[in-house]
Design a protein around this ligand. Structure first.
Ligand SMILES: Cc1cc2nc3c(=O)[nH]c(=O)nc-3n(C[C@H](O)[C@H](O)[C@H](O)COP(=O)(O)OP(=O)(O)OC[C@H]3O[C@@H](n4cnc5c(N)ncnc54)[C@H](O)[C@@H]3O)c2cc1C
Length: 269
């Protein structure tokens, strides 16, 4: 039986892995190794509805606590500034593929050129609103619409770290400089300061460095560079003044790629 799991990396991937293991298999001892010299990637600001579904549904984490600490804004979809229409709202809720009971065909059949408000999600996007008011609890937002988050990676990582600590994940600060191989693959991690960490199962969440899968086990990295039109990103932004907070990501076609606008509470990236 596996009793000790070692997760390498404390970015969003490693923390989610460690939290999930402790939540679902509390008998496991979970240790997480990370290096503050290397740090986390620190970008990545838009999610799909899988993220709230996973955090609050599958893991049962407190929404109140998550909203207070991670300060996400709500994202109902993506507004594409692209194509012959002024814009095209792709909402996370079913739109063209939805069929109302009283209509013989699905929504897409009736939309034609005017594509606004095809679903509740895209109607809200059009009105720059995140949620309708609940008819049951007056004044409260009705959060049953499909949503994801705009969330700053650093705040997400801080929030997940505090949750992981509360769930009893052990944190080890140190830089992995090598591995020891055993008959079943990786047997131990060697840290720069000479420490040696054993476990029965290792999870590689070291990001682009791919310390265990890539360096130790020689797993090939499949990159899609040859098929990409653009493989660079430039990140920038400005502080919010009077702009309304958009409940969607804006993706604007440029001559060679896209410009994404992501709305946080106090600034826009
Ligand atoms: C410009 C840009 C925009 C993006 N936008 C989005 C987006 O909108 N939505 C989205 O979902 N994703 C986005 N991404 C991707 C997303 O940011 C990353 O996939 C994700 O944050 C990676 O998290 P991670 O935990 O895998 O890696 P990292 O955050 O890189 O964490 C790696 C961890 O491993 C540790 N580590 C590595 N090597 C060692 C070692 N030798 N010893 C000890 N510790 C080690 C590090 O200290 C760190 O804790 C974007 C990425 C970029 C570059």
């Amino acid at each position: 039986m596996i009793q000790n799991v070692l997760v390498l990396g404390a970015g969003s991937a490693g923390l989610l892995a460690a939290i999930t293991l402790r939540k679902k298999l509390p008998a496991l001892t979970v240790t997480l190794v990370r290096s503050s010299d290397i740090g986390v990637i620190g970008v990545g600001e838009g999610t799909t509805p899988n993220m709230p579904g996973f955090l609050f549904g599958y893991l049962g984490l407190s929404q109140k606590r998550f909203y207070e600490q991670a300060e996400p804004t709500w994202k109902l979809g993506i507004r594409f500034l692209w194509g012959p229409r002024e814009y095209f709202d792709f909402s996370f809720s079913h739109q063209v593929d939805r069929q109302w009971k009283n209509l013989p065909r699905s929504n897409g059949f009736y939309t034609d050129e005017d594509f606004r408000g095809v679903s509740i999600g895209s109607a809200l996007m059009d009105a720059t609103k995140a949620f309708p008011r609940s008819s049951r609890m007056l004044g409260m937002p009705d959060m049953s619409v499909s949503f994801g988050f705009h969330i700053e990676n650093v705040k997400l990582v801080q929030t997940l770290e505090s949750i992981a600590l509360e769930l009893g994940v052990n944190f080890v600060e140190g830089k992995v400089s090598g591995t020891e191989r055993g008959p079943k693959g990786v047997a131990a991690l060697c840290l720069e300061d000479g420490r040696r960490l054993e476990a029965e199962l290792f999870v590689d969440s070291s990001g682009f460095r791919s310390e265990l899968l890539g360096r130790a086990l020689g797993e090939e990295f499949q990159d899609y560079q040859r098929a990409l039109f653009c493989d660079r990103a430039v990140v920038g932004g400005w502080d919010r003044t009077t702009e309304p907070t958009l409940p969607y990501t804006v993706a604007e076609t440029m001559e060679a790629g896209w410009a994404w606008q992501i709305d946080h509470e106090h600034h826009i990236n």
